[in-house]
Design a protein around this ligand. Structure first.
Ligand code: GDP
Ligand code: ZN
Length: 392
């Protein structure tokens, strides 16, 4: 998977990429096949969330043979290995959604109940690049253990469907998928304490674009600083097409707008520590608590397990992905030469750079630099780009 946004200027277009995936139920036994991703820019990003579909129809209407999904980032036809399995009809596989991961156990909701599942060994070894083969939000096929249907390991996840979107961070050498198949990333910043830093917002924007997730920005704590800088930062992001909500968890300002933005959507909440993410969500829905640290839960056997991520249901519709990992993630999963694709307002200028492989840092006759001079690109955004580019 790689970038797929060349030449598109709107946010919608930059997140639109489509692939066909092969069915998990294939004929030949254990044979690996290469499947080309197919792009389609004109396709809307996603017209329904899994949860909505799931609530309305369960899974019986979903097409398990061929499903169109979006790729997070990708070259035109990068390929991906999919393992074809033998005829699985005798396995009595069910479909569900991974709603929580805790260590090696994944809670799968099939619409009837939540099944704690382990993950089939081949899946664990297959995705060696990823820290966990199953992420919160993944749509999976699983089978229920006939022996211990109510135990802590009631099922086994058999396969994972291709993701329509994912938010990832680097975890050592491996990629950690924070959440899969979600609608949006709510990037929370604060007007002050900590001070407003567009560069941090830009990092999250790049991650959201790269993961094919619609970003929106919420600047909290406007009770502390409602000044020119705030207005100018908000105008900058609105000017390039992002929704910006100005809010204060303290005074309640902007909370209705935030609720409206979250309603019916699946949202990952991201942002620097201390900006007020937990406080905001608690105002949006009293009692809804983000796991600010790793939360210990007692399992039925009295053991302590750690919830690494989970989907929290909002009373007014939608879900928030609660994960302790989202706060300090790293963008290293996006190659440097793809950054320009994720700065939406850069994209239309890039083809006019003199050098086709222009990094927009030190080359002459650079269309990005020209656009800054012409007032078409905000220098603060370029500064973010430059800093990201020059990081190790
Ligand atoms: P998180 O780390 O992003 O989850 O941030 P928290 O929700 O823990 O909030 C960090 C601090 O900011 C806490 O002391 C909150 O009381 C405070 N805080 C949160 N929202 C606001 C706000 O709108 N205005 C002010 N003045 N303080 C806030
Ligand atoms: Zn350039």
């Amino acid at each position: 998977m790689g970038a797929s946004m060349q030449g598109d200027s709107s946010i919608q277009a930059t997140i639109a990429a489509v692939l066909d995936i092969l069915t998990v139920m294939a004929k030949k036994k254990g044979k690996k096949v290469r499947v080309a991703f197919r792009r389609n820019r004109t396709q809307p990003a996603r017209d329904k969330s899994w949860t909505r579909q799931f609530n309305e129809h369960g899974f019986e209407n979903t097409d398990t043979v061929k499903r169109e999904s979006l790729i997070p980032k990708g070259d035109m036809s990068r390929k991906r290995t999919i393992i074809e399995d033998q005829d699985t009809s005798h396995l009595n596989l069910r479909e569900g959604r991974a709603i929580a991961t805790r260590g090696l156990i994944v809670d799968v909701d099939d619409g009837e109940r939540v099944w704690p599942c382990t993950v089939r060994r081949i899946l664990r070894t297959r995705l060696i690049d990823e820290r966990h083969p199953v992420a919160v939000g993944d749509v999976v096929q699983f089978m229920i253990s006939a022996v211990t249907p109510n135990a802590d390991q009631a099922g086994v996840i058999y396969s994972v469907y291709a993701r329509t979107s994912q938010l990832t961070r680097q975890s050592g050498e491996r990629i950690h998928v924070i959440a899969a198949n979600v609608d949006q990333v709510l990037i929370v910043a604060s007007a002050d304490e900590p001070p407003l830093k567009p560069q941090l917002i830009d990092r999250y924007l790049v991650a959201a674009h790269a993961g094919n997730i619609t970003p929106l920005i919420c600047i909290n704590k406007i009770d502390l600083a409602d000044d020119e800088n705030l207005a100018s930062v908000a105008a900058m992001y609105r000017g390039i097409g992002y929704q910006v909500i100005l809010a204060s968890a303290a005074t309640g300002e902007g909370i209705d707008a935030l609720k409206a933005a979250l309603a019916g959507k699946e949202t990952v909440v991201a942002g620097q520590s201390g900006v007020g993410k937990s406080t905001l969500l608690n105002v949006v829905q009293p009692g809804l608590q983000l796991a600010t640290a790793e939360v210990s839960q007692s399992s039925s056997k009295g053991k302590h397990t750690t919830t690494t991520a989970q989907l929290l249901r909002l009373a007014f519709g939608g879900y928030v992905v609660d994960t302790p990992g989202v706060r300090s993630y790293d963008l290293a999963v996006v190659p440097k030469n793809e950054f320009e694709l994720h700065f939406v307002e850069f994209v239309e200028h890039v083809p006019r750079c003199r050098f086709p492989d222009c990094t927009h840092i030190h080359e002459g006759e650079c269309a990005i630099k020209q656009a800054i001079e012409d007032g078409l690109i905000d220098p603060r955004r370029y500064e973010s780009y430059r800093r990201l580019y020059e990081e190790d």
